[in-house]
Design a protein around this ligand. Sequence first.
Ligand code: MTE
Ligand code: MOS
Length: 785
Amino acid sequence: MSVGLPVAHESAALHVTGHALYTDDLVHRTHDVLHAHPVCSPHAHARMTRLDPAPAHEVEGVVRVLTAADVPGVNDGGVKHDEPLFPDEVMFVGHAVCWVLGETLEAARLGAAAVEVDYEPLPAVVSLTEAIAAESFQGGQPVVSRGDVEHGLAGAAHVFSGVTEMAGQEHFYLETHAALALVDEGGQVFVQSSTQHPTETQEIVAHVLGLASHHVTVQCLRMGGGFGGKEMQPHGFAAIAALGATLTGRPVRLRLSRTHDMTLTGKRHGFHAQWRVGFDDEGRLMALEATLTSDGGWSLDLSEPVLARALCHVDNAYWIPHVLLHGRVAKTHKTSQTAFRGFGGPQGMLVVEDVLGRCAPLLGIDPLDLRRRNVYVDGQATPYGQVVRHPERILAAWDQVVSTGQIASRSAEIAEFNAAHPHTKRGLAMTPVKFGISFNFTAFNQAGALVHVYKDGSVLINHGGTEMGQGLHTKMLQVAATTLGVPLARVRLAPTRTDKVPNTSATAASSSADLNGGAIKHACEQILVRLTGLAGDREVGRDITWDELVREAYFSRVQLWAAGFYRTEGLHWDSTAMEGHPFKYFAYGVAATEVEVDGFTGSYRVRRVDIVHDAGESLSPLIDIGQIEGGYVQGQGWLTLEDLRWDESDGPGRGRLTTQSASTYKLPSFSELPEVFNVALLEHAHEDGVVYGSKAVGEPPLMLALSVREALRQAAAAFGTPGTSVDLASPATPEAVFWAADRARSGGADHVVVGLPGAAPDRPDPAAPALHPRSEQAAHESVEA
Ligand code: MTE
Ligand code: MOS
């Protein structure tokens, strides 16, 4: 049994020795490669009035300039037909208007600088608040509704209202976007792409080139991180490379520099939420009404499904009888925001955690108790109608964290510490995670695989998923070895390509092991049925070896390879009513985080983290623990460090991303790792109906980091008098924490205005003052008896 063993990542040795090949490494193995460089818009919004590529041709080494006139097919790089590949209206600073091909990257860069472009600047909407005020929206405006919110609020003992804002996040995968395109003698286009979604890359390349899909093959060796950023965004780059290759007959390489990657490509959506919430006297949630507005950027990309997932996760792990959630996507003149680990789930969950964190002191209830008493119990359903199965696992994980994390004694120690230290405060918070597994869009929940058993008994597998470091390939090798009953070393895996397994879904939604694992298992089982039929009474291993049986099968003309297919059963989703059973199951987890905040500077340390996470019957425990640690730290980065800033001034730089590199954009590094970091997998967590009882693990742990934000809030509140409700900006950078602590200290804490019962929360209150330069969070909690 390979499944369940703590094996190393299948490429670990290659990763650490630098031998692992990524798309751009192939350039050095390819002859005659041309390099592509973009000509980028300096304006956030403008009409292009003239484009003259001629001066570029004067530059030595420039081979060709690609413009809209070169596109034989559809001039669009997306699936929504709102992303012209060569635009005539630029929609954000950095928007590429054309691409220059050169013998060297430097020649292409100089050529791009020589291209002459005239623009007629147009008004630009940059911030989310501006977009809301201007009613600049795009796409559908879904509503999730259950019960009667007005009735629920009217019956509630305590009603609060507020605004919650959160920033986006740069993916900062180590490998930037890359594509290398070749054309063979028959006109077959072959694109190596750093893509989470090879099939869609293939489709976009085909439609840009005006070809049928069978003319285009896309391969992805592996990615140096994707995190959702390569789910939709690689297509246009692959199409540019492919277009260049078809026009010049030479291989074309497109690899973004870090600055270009940060300037040109989409990020996690920032969100704005306005809410009203009601609690009963015991602190039980009675009703929640909220309007969530995401910052979609210039085009739709994946903003609608991201919004849908956000709305489906506002409840997080909590039962709320009456719910009314409105969602909308703002259109702004920024990069087109896209998938990012959690896919809107983190943003939805941040809303309810922010609500609970801010209301707990006003209710006079310890946040730990407030959260625990609202957790789902058996028989309850989510606001969109899916029954929450195994909710007792949330409490099992909770109680395990409480006991192994010694939460009670540490809470007492923290209270003592805080009483003794006027300028340093500690906080300890626990938050749960409930994350729906499956693509909301039912059709995507299918996968294919190809399993070859060679005459010598060795096995080669191929499946539709891509490897981005998450360990999918390792798990698939384990599944194949286990199903066939051979040692792990007998199985190899070939790179993902669209001519092996067609019509694949994106490697996303954390479901790739479930889906592709199901397909691999199906393929292996077909082979196994044939082999055991041939073996008859002979038992493999005892009476006949695997190798002998395989050899015998070949000579008996038994087919030794199979294609596998898997579809997740039992799913349905009505995207208009926002109702159904979109998820096969929920992944659960609980985290406790302790922080220490310095009152003079707002700087902080993460002293200790305890996590119990539900990965079902883990396929690969080392991989899963790595995913949990990595997910938590990436979430910690989003919530505490990573501070995307756009120039919102009226100056010439308006709309420019001012944090364009690692020097201005702070990522988590070793120094921010929790000093004590305990991660355990929930036991007795077999999940029926999923491959070998496992559960998806890729995204859910990111949201465990909400506990660090809540711990920082509590530490900041400890600078004030007990019962202080603290409004903390997201990201909770040291600066933001300083201001939060400062408000708590000055007693004024949150700006409190008397809420208007029945006021529609669908518009931000323009009169609400910004509390400090960064937070812009107008907290106007109001307590009504
Ligand atoms: N882990 C690593 N190391 N690198 C990544 O890019 N992406 C995350 C997660 N874990 C990612 C990662 C995201 S956004 C998703 S959806 C899942 O992995 C996708 O892979 P899975 O479906 O195999 O879990
Ligand atoms: Mo992950 S955001 O679903 O690629």
